[in-house]
Write a protein that binds this ligand. Structure first.
Ligand SMILES: [Fe+2]
Length: 599
């Protein structure tokens, strides 16, 4: 096995000593900390032989959407506008990515963030025996984590030199239910790689058996970057980095005119690579088609839907081509996807349906933010050789809260904790009567989709419900659709779905005869980004939907994330209460307590 411990004589001796100590005390188990710190999000994850797996996104903890974690030196260089940015950053800044995300400095934020992740476990920094971290590739000096983390985790072996796309591969496969699979990673880019002459990767095609990967093809940034291409369209439409989902939602409203003009410029290769116009050429072509760049905050015109549709269809073709290329290179019937582009549920579904793969798994936190989990699982499964430490049973990986903490938060907000004997039945009744309910149960979702732990729920039937939520609860653009959560065993009756979609990462057709019934969750093109809910994975949420079905005959609820526009999903009871009180959410179901606005 390759040794990933950082080089350097002092560190090597220290790591050897720690390894020997761990070997002697192997009966004590392990506590692996994964750290994601790239320029597209940050998170910490724990894989522990005693405490299982948990993970927390920095933006939820800080209450700042898209927050990233940088070293003090990196932060200072960016803020000072020094010229020695890395090649990738320089390219991004010159090609339309002008907006920096909220920045948190590692040296001042790490401890409180770690404490939030470890809450209730009794663990502290001294109990971590292995840290696996993805390096930032956002600026020139990188994070230099290897030199710093040893100070913060005195008893830990430090591993920081795993390639960005390798972490995406582990993130995808080690969280999947498969023993072997084809693994496709697609994103904007990884770090500059010396072995590739300084080019970063953007697409990798691989297959895996028992965590041993065979790399079949690698394609580099910027010429074969699907994330960069889609970002150009997103940016042109006046949305910022991280808002690619808005482009996807808007694409359903567009016509084919822009796509027809642009598609001849897309050159796709049998090995999964592609070539397209450069940024300025794309801007000029769109301008010639009458589509001027939209300024943020201005109205959305029909031409913007056409531009979004073009970007989406080009991405569909690129992802389908890569999946098809991978299918030729491996006999596996199982397909795993990760990398930020894998969050595009429309492309996932189209590529999967056009392929010969039988089973699809998309890691729920597929982008860079989810790399902390890939790091932690890699540490536990490969470095600590715990073969059971894989397969994600749920995306509910956030640290849980006790009933006492919920009661304290309610009382702090001058709300009386009213215990509800059957919270599922009560909420089902409220939804059937047309009320909007905030739903807070267990640990938060690690990925960007609310899956029944931090959700706002509503009746999926009335058409006006969508506009009501957009205008009065979520305060977001009117074109954005809402998603259905359906009982897994009833999903085929209502949706054209092959298999399951537990993480809401597949967009499928609502069956034509059901579209008028599911008016609030059927998108303008007859599709829906569906979540299938199983009794096994989330029994309380399943029970709620079943009781809603008993009342209405519809085994579906509208499920959207518990937040307002521009804010991260709520994490703590206090966050949920604050969101509940400041919006037109009618009731809050938090653990077994039901709070209504009228009481
Ligand atoms: Fe990535």
């Amino acid at each position: 096995m390759k040794d990933f411990i950082l080089a350097g004589p002092e560190r090597a001796i220290r790591n050897a000593w720690r390894s020997l100590r761990r070997w002697r005390n192997s009966s004590c188990g392990y506590n692996v900390l994964g750290i994601s710190s790239t320029g597209h999000g940050a998170s910490f994850a724990l894989a522990s032989s005693a405490h299982g797996v948990r993970a927390l996104n920095l933006d939820r903890f800080l209450r700042k959407k898209y927050a990233v974690l940088l070293s003090q030196a990196e932060h200072d260089e960016i803020r000072a506008g020094k010229t020695n940015f890395g090649k990738t950053t320089r390219y991004l800044l010159s090609e339309g990515v002008h907006d920096l995300p909220p920045i948190s400095v590692f040296e001042t934020a790490w401890r409180s963030f770690l404490d939030a992740l470890l809450r209730g476990t009794g663990l502290g920094p001294g109990d971590i025996d292995l840290v696996v971290a993805s390096e930032s590739h956002f600026a020139v000096n990188c994070f230099q984590l290897g030199r710093k983390l040893g100070r913060y985790f005195p008893n830990a072996e430090i591993v920081t030199n795993i390639e960005h796309h390798a972490i995406h591969r582990f993130q995808a496969f080690l969280s999947s239910p498969f023993d072997e699979a084809a693994v496709l990673t697609l994103d904007n880019c990884g770090e500059p790689l010396g072995r590739l002459g300084g080019s970063p990767l953007a697409i990798t095609l691989s297959s895996v058996q028992n965590a041993a990967f065979a790399i079949h093809r690698e394609h580099t940034f910027p010429e074969s970057s699907p994330g960069l291409l889609y970002h150009w369209f997103t940016n042109y439409l006046g949305f910022r980095s991280g808002e690619e989902g808005k482009t996807m939602g808007l694409s359903s409203y567009g016509r084919d005119s822009c796509y027809r003009a642009l598609s001849p410029h897309l050159e796709m290769h049998d090995n999964g690579a592609f070539r397209f116009l450069r940024h300025k050429e794309l801007q000029a072509t769109l301008s010639d088609l009458g589509a001027k760049p939209r300024r943020p905050g201005t109205s959305i015109e029909p031409i913007h839907g056409d531009v979004a549709r073009a970007g989406q269809m080009l991405l569909d073709n690129i992802v389908t081509n890569a999946v098809t290329a991978l299918a030729r290179l491996t006999p596996s019937r199982n397909l795993c996807l990760a990398g930020g582009v894998a969050l595009n549920s429309v492309s996932n579904e189209r590529a999967f349906r056009r392929s010969r793969f039988q089973n699809l798994y998309v890691m729920p936190n597929a982008g860079d933010c989810g790399q902390a989990l890939g790091c932690a699982l890699y540490g536990a499964h490969v470095l600590r050789r715990d073969r059971k430490s894989r397969g994600l049973l749920s995306d509910s990986l956030g640290p849980p809260y006790t009933d006492s903490e919920v009661v304290a938060a309610l009382r702090a907000a001058n709300l009386e904790p009213v215990v509800c004997p059957d919270i599922a039945a009560s909420v089902a009744g409220l939804l059937a009567a047309g009320f909007v309910v905030g739903w807070f149960q267990g640990g938060s979702e690690y990925g960007p989709r609310a899956l029944g732990r931090r959700s706002i729920l509503a009746d999926p039937r009335p058409q006006p419900m969508k506009d009501y939520l957009n205008c009065h609860v979520k305060h977001r653009e009117s074109f954005r659709p809402y998603a259905p959560a359906v009982l897994e065993d009833k999903s085929a009756e209502w949706f054209d779905l092959k298999g399951t979609s537990p993480y809401m990462l597949r967009v499928v057709d609502v069956r034509p005869e059901k579209r008028s019934t599911l008016a609030a969750v059927t998108h303008v093109d007859g599709t829906a980004r569906v979540q299938t809910v199983s009794r096994y994975e989330n029994p309380l949420f399943y029970d709620l939907i079943r009781k809603f079905e008993n009342r209405t005959g519809v085994p579906v609820v509208l499920n959207t994330s518990f937040n307002r526009a521009g804010e991260p999903i709520v994490e703590t009871p206090a966050d949920a209460i604050e969101c509940f009180m400041s919006t037109r959410i009618d009731a809050l179901a938090i653990h077994n307590f039901l709070i209504t606005k009228s009481t």
